[in-house]
Design a protein around this ligand. Structure first.
Ligand code: C2E
Ligand code: MG
Ligand code: MG
Ligand code: MG
Length: 287
């Protein structure tokens, strides 16, 4: 390609594309500002066991934006990833998760709760990540066993041996691991033997199709059997109906998360949900 045709392309660059580029840059700048102002906050979505007790929550990042209100990850994660800002969002979630675990540990009703935090691939490969996370744990006094890190299959494939080393290091300190969106990564299953895992999280695309779709049912069955033989926990995400819940119980799935039980909520609302659903009696369907 000659230089002149390249220049021509730039000059006649699609104006709508140009607009998209500048919008992206504005968003990137706004994310930087939001990080400085600590506007990224955790929402908590309940996780329950097979007798309907809350075992803890998944932390889901929200951007408490001063002009636009509370924004979900769909709005900012991709741009944050491309701009190299996702690590900082993840670290802010991890720091707040540790503080929350420590606060819960001080109350008998909440002392056993766990938190699952989503990790971007970039963070796992950050050289000082282990030290930083351990510092969050010691500074807050949170029990590392109550912290679970959610990784995806695809992020592990970037540099499997580095990921394994990093995970073993964290595991030695008691931190647990779950594979998020399990079943969608199209990767070989051999990595499951190499990683210090505790849990597989069945992707919501399979759960959504229960009970009608027989291939989703077969996949969930296979995941449960696999987890059982590898002695891993299984949690189903995206449980929206009582029928899906019962189907999963029948398949011996032990842990659940989904709108049926509760949406991601800010801390105050989640504390209220806990008091209403956990400490006095097991979960009751709001039907
Ligand atoms: P994920 O980790 O797979 O989280 C599950 C997503 O499904 C969440 O969306 C949650 O709100 C939604 N969900 C939960 N239950 C149901 C249900 O019953 N039905 C339906 N339709 N959806 C349900 P959310 O909060 O928008 O997060 C989307 C994704 O963004 C997450 O997927 C995760 O990959 C990413 N993410 C969220 N927080 C963080 C974070 O702090 N760091 C990083 N790196 N990624 C994050
Ligand atoms: Mg997750
Ligand atoms: Mg998921
Ligand atoms: Mg996902």
């Amino acid at each position: 390609q000659s230089k002149s045709s390249f220049e021509e392309k730039i000059r006649f660059f699609d104006p709508t594309m140009q607009e998209a580029v500048s919008k992206r840059l504005l968003l990137e700048e706004d994310i930087r500002r939001g990080l400085q102002a600590e506007e990224f906050i955790p929402y908590f979505q309940p996780q329950l066991n097979d007798i309907g007790q809350a075992t803890g929550a998944e932390v889901l990042a929200r951007w408490a934006h001063p002009q636009h209100g509370v924004l979900a990850p769909g709005v900012f994660i991709e741009v944050a990833e491309q701009a190299g800002l996702i690590e900082q969002i993840d670290l802010q979630m991890l720091r707040q998760a540790c503080q929350q675990l420590a606060a819960w540990q001080r109350e008998p009703d909440t002392a056993a709760l766990t938190l699952a935090v989503n990790l971007s691939a970039r963070l796992l490969y950050l050289p000082n990540f282990v030290a930083t996370l351990l510092e969050f744990l010691t500074q807050s006094g949170a029990d590392p066993y109550r912290l679970k890190l959610e990784l995806t299959e695809t992020m592990l494939l970037d540099d499997m041996s580095a990921a394994i080393a990093r995970m073993h290091e964290l595991r030695e300190h008691g931190i647990r691991f779950s594979i998020d969106d399990f079943g969608t990564g199209y990767s070989s299953l051999s990595y499951l033997q190499k990683l210090p895992l505790d849990q597989l999280k069945i992707d919501q695309s399979f759960v959504r199709e229960l009970p009608e779709n027989s291939s989703s049912l077969a996949i969930i069955k296979a995941i449960c059997a696999l987890a059982d033989s590898l002695q891993l926990e299984v949690i189903a995400e995206g449980v929206e109906t009582e029928q899906q819940y019962h189907e999963l119980l029948d398949l011996d799935c032990r842990y659940f998360q989904g709108y049926l039980f509760g949406r991601p909520m800010p801390l105050a609302e989640f504390s209220h949900w806990l008091r209403a659903n956990q400490t006095t009696r097991p979960f009751r369907f709001p039907l």
